[in-house]
Write a protein that binds this ligand. Structure first.
Ligand SMILES: CC(C)(COP(=O)(O)OP(=O)(O)OC[C@H]1O[C@@H](n2cnc3c(N)ncnc32)[C@H](O)[C@@H]1OP(=O)(O)O)[C@@H](O)C(=O)NCCC(=O)NCCS
Length: 291
């Protein structure tokens, strides 16, 4: 491949190849990607594409599934996909998932309007500020997770997700990511962790993925995830991140409603993208500019 290079993630758990970056013409690497997908039995190839690369993957038969707005230091990332195994490209619950989005949009949300515009107070300091925006009932407290929480968090995640694209059920994985680029926040009720979420921060691009959202069943519907999303955004803003996004389960009304109501815009769906629970699931993309 003279002149063409690509940075790949070969994801065996989710049976997909992710092209995070490429230089040179995409057509110079597409044949190699196909061969690799066949050799490794990967059902999906995903290409993160900056605007200056235009529709290069499209000319090689890829379809654009969505956009992460502001992903590259304010510039959009276009996500193109190809399905070497055709059956992987068929969405099994499209109607239900379209209805979830319709319900979000019907409330006048999900179009990127920001109902909680972050004010000047954000520039003042850290946790003090987050509390200013956070409205939780008295017996609940919101705080960053610390290493001593990892074991309980791993147990809660393993109870909440039978399968998950990353090994959240492993204490060692939580400790390692906590120590690097992932910020975990949690809500406690009388000392017991009842809700969790994280932001995976990419300081090179200035964007962060809000992910790993879970509320224990008895505490759902009380607005806890919405408060955690707000608190993560506050912290990201303090750290000068420009945008946040999520890739969330397309069939879950609660998680889509949470991001829609926090002013995120719906910008696409990645078909059969991750293995969660019973099999591959479609993931919706929701984005928000923080600055
Ligand atoms: C999705 C989940 C995290 C939501 O947590 P939560 O603390 O109950 O969410 P909130 O109370 O903050 O509610 C968020 C929004 O979802 C809505 N909602 C919550 N549960 C809902 C449900 N079962 N059906 C429809 N809407 C629901 C709320 O009304 C709210 O929307 P609104 O602002 O328009 O009123 C929780 O249901 C959960 O842990 N599910 C299992 C794990 C999971 O699938 N996580 C998502 C991975 S991508």
């Amino acid at each position: 491949m003279p002149g063409a290079r690509a940075e790949l993630v070969i994801d065996y758990y989710n049976r997909r190849i992710k092209v995070m970056d490429f230089t040179g013409l995409f057509e110079e690497i597409s044949g190699t990607l196909e061969a690799l997908a066949e050799a490794e039995e990967m059902g999906k190839i995903i290409v993160y594409t900056p605007p200056e690369k235009g529709n290069e993957p499209k000319t090689c038969g890829y379809a654009e599934e969505g956009t992460i707005r502001g992903y590259y230091a304010g510039k959009d990332c276009h996500i193109f996909s190809s399905y070497p195994k055709n059956s992987r490209g068929i969405s099994f619950h499209k109607e239900k998932e379209d209805q979830v989005i319709k319900n979000c949009l019907r409330k006048g949300r999900g179009e990127g309007k920001n109902p909680h515009k972050l004010g000047d107070s954000l520039k003042k300091g850290r946790w003090k500020l987050q509390k200013e925006n956070i409205r939780l009932p008295e017996e609940y407290t919101l705080r960053p997770a610390v290493q001593a929480d990892a074991s309980t968090m791993a147990t809660l995640y393993s109870q909440g997700f039978q399968f998950y694209p990353t090994p959240l059920h492993m204490e060692s994985y939580l400790l390692k990511t906590m120590d690097s680029n992932v910020l975990y926040l949690l809500v406690e009720k009388q000392g017991e962790i009842v809700s969790l979420a994280s932001a995976e921060m990419d300081s090179e691009t200035g964007s962060a993925e809000i992910t790993d959202c879970l509320t224990v069943p008895s505490e759902r519907g009380k607005g806890l995830i919405k408060e955690l999303i707000t608190a993560l955004e506050n912290e990201l803003s303090c750290r000068n991140f420009l945008s946040s996004y999520t890739l969330c389960r397309a069939s879950s009304p609660g998680i889509n409603a949470a991001f829609a109501s926090q002013g995120y815009a719906y910008t696409g769906r990645l078909v059969n993208n991750c293995r969660i629970e019973r099999g591959f699931e479609d993931m919706n993309i929701w984005c928000k500019r923080l600055k």
